[in-house]
Design a protein around this ligand. Structure first.
Ligand SMILES: Cc1cc2nc3c(=O)[nH]c(=O)nc-3n(C[C@H](O)[C@H](O)[C@H](O)COP(=O)(O)OP(=O)(O)OC[C@H]3O[C@@H](n4cnc5c(N)ncnc54)[C@H](O)[C@@H]3O)c2cc1C
Length: 477
């Protein structure tokens, strides 16, 4: 599965100087990046195996500047790739040679916080973590917590409908987003939703969430903020078998207990993350669960007691409850650094699919068989509570053909997710990575209907054009 990029439009390339001159009239000088050296910083994203140098990069500071740039691109047939922090693992922010990158990273302020109504209005380029930091002094936080939260922006989170370890209880981005300011391709600025619970008419906010930068550019967002729990404590449970860990997850959820987080790591992932974070993970088990509960001390004690009782029949080999803030931080550091820690020891591609949680043992066994077939390794970390898998397929980029093998293995893993009743994406989106697999999930009729919706916003296919839909099947009005 080597990913193809469309051939650049020669007409646009030949008009580069004219296009740059036009853009330079719309934003201040420092907001337009044209030199090759500086454009290199934007040629890829979290899917670093692929890269393309964009025509130019524009970094506006206001909604008005975004509107002016989009209007110009619309009128001149210039493609636009919206960008937040460029951490997409699906290649969602990778440019193409005949497109400009429109980055919102300069628009990173908190505009208004309403603690009484539990909302915050922020600019789209603010990082996920900065939102929580801005409201922490009043005991509030923003719930969705991608492991990349230090860097990724709320714009990228909205475009990918991002999740995180603590989304089991609080939901993903779509469940915590109340409104957006969206600039359409022709420069029209629309407000969708707002600081109230529901909006009349179609659920356009639901449509924008997860639309991967293809329907418009988000410049502001109204998000729900939540009061932080009195306390929270993670526990570690280690098992001798993948089956036992999977069955324990099902039993906990089946008992009606919803921990804040319920994360799974297999033996290779435990070893890799422990070497990085020194979190006290058990090293002699096949699978480990991180289960976090929250509330008052009494509530935490009670819930942990119930979870331990549920786990007993599955004979956990190791059981440990965090005893301090420092220990909790180390436990989460290990899990949240899983991708970075893996990168220290191997090249890898991170897959992202979802499965019904009951299918966990069989799917893990099949993943093992698939990667072995290609002579590769795998480390599994995932959000077990909601069945969102992240197999990290390990390979050596210096060995000819290994990356292609890893991509083939990844493709088979995603097909397996669909086969068992799951989905091609969990939280990382489709981007370029899964674009050509969309037919595994959707019929031609389904795809055509989705493309018609997209075409209402962008009939000439200028917004993030090489993503999400197979290149050979697209509708252009
Ligand atoms: C180490 C690591 C850990 C990660 N962990 C998680 C995780 O736990 N959970 C998770 O869900 N993801 C995770 N990710 C993936 C990634 O961080 C998320 O997809 C994130 O939401 C991307 O945000 P970004 O600001 O980097 O967006 P970018 O990568 O810049 O862009 C992502 C998409 O958003 C679109 N976009 C950007 N800005 C706008 C805008 N203003 N308007 C419209 N569309 C826009 C882009 O065109 C692109 O399609 C991880 C990535 C890394 C590298």
């Amino acid at each position: 599965m080597s990913i193809a990029f469309p051939a650049p439009d020669a007409g646009i390339l030949s008009r580069r100087s004219e296009i740059l001159a036009g853009l330079s009239r719309l934003v201040p000088g420092e907001a337009l990046i044209v030199s090759e050296d500086e454009r290199r910083a934007f040629e890829t994203d979290g899917l670093t195996a692929y890269r393309r140098l964009p025509l130019a990069v524009v970094l506006p500071s206001t909604t008005e500047e975004v509107a002016a740039v989009l209007r110009f691109c619309h009128e001149n047939g210039v493609k636009v790739v919206p960008r937040g922090a460029g951490t997409s693992l699906a290649g969602g922010a990778i440019p193409q040679e005949d497109a400009i990158v429109l980055g919102v990273a300069k628009m990173n302020r908190v505009l208004e916080v309403d603690f009484e109504n539990r909302t915050a209005r922020v600019q789209a380029g603010i990082t996920n973590l900065a939102i929580s930091q801005a409201v922490a002094h009043e005991g509030f936080f923003y719930a969705p917590d991608p492991s990349s939260q230090l860097a990724c922006t709320i714009a990228g989170n909205i475009a990918m409908n991002s999740g995180g370890a603590h989304c089991l209880k609080y939901g993903v981005t779509t469940n915590n987003l109340m409104g957006v300011t969206l600039v359409l391709l022709d420069g029209t600025v629309v407000e969708i939703g707002g600081d109230h619970l529901d909006s009349p008419g179609y659920d356009f906010l639901g449509l924008i969430t997860g639309s991967e930068g293809q329907l418009g550019v988000v410049t502001e967002a109204v998000v729900r903020i939540l009061r932080s729990a009195e306390g929270a404590r993670p526990a570690l449970l280690g098992f001798d078998s993948v089956e036992a860990a999977g069955a324990c997850v099902a039993a906990i959820i089946g008992a009606g207990i919803i921990p804040v987080a319920l994360e799974y790591m297999d033996r290779p992932a435990i070893q890799i993350c422990e070497a990085f974070a020194h979190a006290g993970y058990p090293l002699d088990v096949e699978a480990m669960l991180i289960i976090e509960v929250e509330g008052s001390d009494a509530e935490i004690e009670d819930m942990l007691r119930r979870i331990v009782a549920i786990a007993e029949p599955f004979r956990p080999r190791a059981m440990k409850v965090s005893q301090s803030e420092a220990e909790s931080a180390a436990i989460w550091k290990g899990r949240k650094s899983a991708f970075g820690a893996t990168g220290r020891i191997s090249d890898y591609i991170c897959m992202d699919g979802t499965i019904p949680t009951g299918q966990l043992p069989i799917v893990l066994q099949r993943i093992d068989e698939i990667v072995k077939h290609y002579g590769l390794g795998v480390a599994n970390v995932f959000h077990a509570g909601d069945g969102n898998l992240h197999p990290l397929v390990l390979f050596d980029i210096n060995k000819p053909g290994e990356m292609e093998k890893a991509e083939k293995a990844g493709e088979e893993i995603l097909k397996l997710c669909v086969e068992v009743g799951g989905c091609l994406t969990g939280e990382h989106g489709v981007g370029i990575e899964k674009r050509d697999l969309m037919r595994v999930q959707f019929s031609e009729t389904d795809l055509a209907q989705q493309m018609r919706v997209r075409a209402v916003f962008d009939p000439n296919w200028l917004l993030n054009p090489a993503k999400v839909f197979p290149l050979d099947g697209r509708l252009v009005a």
